[in-house]
Design a protein around this ligand. Sequence first.
Ligand SMILES: Cc1cc2nc3c(=O)[nH]c(=O)nc-3n(C[C@H](O)[C@H](O)[C@H](O)COP(=O)(O)OP(=O)(O)OC[C@H]3O[C@@H](n4cnc5c(N)ncnc54)[C@H](O)[C@@H]3O)c2cc1C
Length: 213
Amino acid sequence: MKNKVELIGHYGSDQIIAQSAWTSTSRELTEDKLARIPKLIEMLWSEGHETPFEKGSVHFLVTCDIASHIHLLKHRIASINAESARYKELKEDKFYLPEDWKDIPSEKTSTDWNECLEWFSKYSNHWYHKCLEELTPVLGRKRAKESARFFKTYNSQITADVQFNMRSFANFLKLRASEHAQVEIRDIAWEMLMLVQGIEGNPFKHTLKMIKP
Ligand SMILES: Cc1cc2nc3c(=O)[nH]c(=O)nc-3n(C[C@H](O)[C@H](O)[C@H](O)COP(=O)(O)OP(=O)(O)OC[C@H]3O[C@@H](n4cnc5c(N)ncnc54)[C@H](O)[C@@H]3O)c2cc1C
């Protein structure tokens, strides 16, 4: 299946970020101050006064391959919890197949590389479950689960709960929506951005103007 991103929550807005910055003088909002929010957001970001952006956050559920999951985990200023093959048997056997492998023939088989990986992933899942079943009576369910996962492939998909504040989201987008990032994590980053842009009322309209790659 394709990697999948859902926006499951958000907190804050351009106004909350502006008010956080205005705490240094007065948080009280007037018509005049409300009108100044776009300029203030621009000034804060361009001058590197980034802590007010930590007052907004975006929260996603991401189902992705293990390689992309590792990319996500590299971001220390993100809060991540994920499905664990250590604690439960991964029964769904979800795996990712790269679209751009389609129609590239494999010399040794009569299929393309996409199909080869599909076959290999199913084979690996077969061995994962078999190993778990046969290790359980000998080593116990706990050790069997945490070690049988060595049969899982890098394209196995797990679901993670990922939350960024808007400062760390900006850093994530800068690095992962970039052409230098791997295709899969880049797609995830752009999908996240699109979802945040699509929040009703566009609460981060001016922040997104500054942090968009
Ligand atoms: C194209 C690309 C290739 C990569 N290749 C590799 C690779 O080959 N091997 C590999 O291991 N990783 C690799 N990475 C991961 C990369 O090194 C970072 O770990 C990852 O991008 C997270 O970036 P970050 O530290 O800015 O993010 P976060 O950890 O979310 O940190 C956000 C920001 O907080 C600040 N910060 C966080 N922690 C500290 C700290 N301890 N000290 C000071 N400031 C801190 C920094 O300003 C940082 O930018 C690659 C990343 C990219 C985008």
